[in-house]
Write a protein that binds this ligand. Structure first.
Ligand SMILES: Cc1cc2nc3c(=O)[nH]c(=O)nc-3n(C[C@H](O)[C@H](O)[C@H](O)COP(=O)(O)OP(=O)(O)OC[C@H]3O[C@@H](n4cnc5c(N)ncnc54)[C@H](O)[C@@H]3O)c2cc1C
Length: 368
């Protein structure tokens, strides 16, 4: 009886997914006709994270990349809240609601703060666009993928602005190889972005009103607007006092087995950036985790044997960092590329149409 849809006399298992990002949205969508799905996310929408830098220079881009959860979760329940605690059968939300589960998926990625509603998020992009448009000089702190992609978007769309990128490390985007980092630096400099490596800005001791910033080597930078693009911590702080407190490694990641279950638990899965899978943290890999976990959950929920579960194999490095609307830098296992060829893969649409399609949505703009 169990595992069959209710209309055929079966009883669906209760599946709770915590976190509606890249991984959580896909698994919730994939299992909504196989389980009684509840998605818990602090926002009423899902957002494609890597499209956010384009939305800052072109706010209408966010119309397709900020998507109501209800648009793809047509047969599941949405709880707009933060999860703050879990037991072996329930999740507690910040509003004090207890949600019972048979199976749980943790997909809380990285810590971020974003407004609750989609209109508020779109307004934020309008405001950021205005800030950039009205500034003569822009200071970006942090030369990881976010800082680099933002610097490139501004340099390409607003070539007259003075863009300064300050990065603590000895090279940009440290998780990719030195060759790709050098090519990125060369590209940014060719677009007149001032890149300052091995320097930091003390953000606690500066005032945005005076538009003056001091770097660790004592250099004074004048900039009309500031964007802080330093890394975000893993979204596991809320788990530190819970049932899973001993399942978190020293980097704040959940320890998982090859079936994407939290080690030592039979009914708790973790997917995406929150996991300790030994590979670079990327959205397309978070989606692969989601699909493996969905397959295993379907098997378990229909009474299948544990030894038939699918295993996840970590992937080798494959990263594309966009550089404005046409170019990109790519690091593949055997080669590094920069320019229009990798740009053709990512930079025009930033996989927005593709991601929408994966969620069963029209890849083009939809009217609200
Ligand atoms: C600039 C940039 C460019 C990138 N480019 C690419 C790229 O080209 N290709 C690629 O594959 N990847 C790319 N990535 C990486 C990709 O964005 C991440 O790997 C991906 O977002 C991870 O997905 P996730 O679902 O694990 O986490 P996230 O997408 O971070 O989602 C986590 C979700 O959990 C929610 N959440 C957090 N805490 C709680 C809580 N307590 N209760 C309930 N919900 C909670 C959050 O609100 C969020 O919705 C890029 C990242 C950046 C920053």
């Amino acid at each position: 009886m169990e595992g069959k849809p209710p209309e055929l006399g079966g009883v669906w298992k209760r599946l709770v997914v915590v976190g509606g990002g890249i991984a959580g949205s896909l698994i919730a969508k994939s299992l909504q006709f196989h389980a009684d799905v509840t998605l818990i996310d602090p926002k009423e929408y899902f957002e494609i994270p890597w499209a956010s830098l384009r939305s800052m220079v072109e706010p209408s881009f966010a119309e397709r990349s900020v998507i109501y959860h209800k648009d793809y979760l047509t047969n599941g329940r949405l709880v707009v809240s933060k999860a703050i605690d879990i037991s072996n059968s329930e999740v507690l939300t910040a509003e004090g609601r207890l949600i019972t589960y048979d199976y749980l998926v943790i997909a809380t990625g990285h810590n971020d703060s974003a407004p609750k509603t989609r209109p508020e998020r779109l307004k934020e992009y309008d405001a950021e666009h205005e800030r950039i448009k009205s500034a003569n000089s822009v200071l970006i702190v942090g030369g990881g993928p976010t800082g680099v992609e933002l610097a490139a978007e501004i340099a390409v769309d607003f070539p007259g602005k003075n863009v300064i990128l300050v990065h603590e490390g000895s090279r940009l985007i440290e998780f990719i190889g030195p060759k790709a980092a050098d090519k990125t630096l060369e590209w940014l400099r060719s677009k007149k972005v001032e890149v300052k490596l091995q320097q930091s800005v003390d953000l606690n001791n500066c005032s945005e009103e005076s538009h003056t910033y001091v770097t660790s080597s004592g250099e004074i930078i004048k900039a009309d607007c500031l964007f802080v693009c330093t890394g975000k911590p893993p979204g596991s702080a809320w788990l530190r006092e819970t049932l899973l407190k001993n399942s978190i490694d020293s980097f704040g990641r959940l320890k998982v087995d090859e079936n994407m279950r939290v080690k030592g638990y039979k009914n708790i899965f973790a997917i995406g950036d929150i996991t300790d899978v030994k590979e670079i943290k990327q959205g397309y890999l978070a989606q692969k985790h989601a699909l493996i976990a969905a397959k295993n959950l379907k098997l378990l929920m229909s009474g299948g044997k544990e030894n038939k579960m699918a295993s996840y194999k970590p992937h080798s490095i494959k990263v594309i960092v966009s550089l404005g609307r046409h170019d990109a830098v790519a690091q593949f296992p055997l080669t590094t590329l920069i320019g229009l060829v990798p740009g053709l893969i990512k930079s025009r649409d930033l996989y927005v149409g593709k991601t929408r399609k994966q969620l069963g949505l029209d890849p083009r703009l939809v009217d609200y």
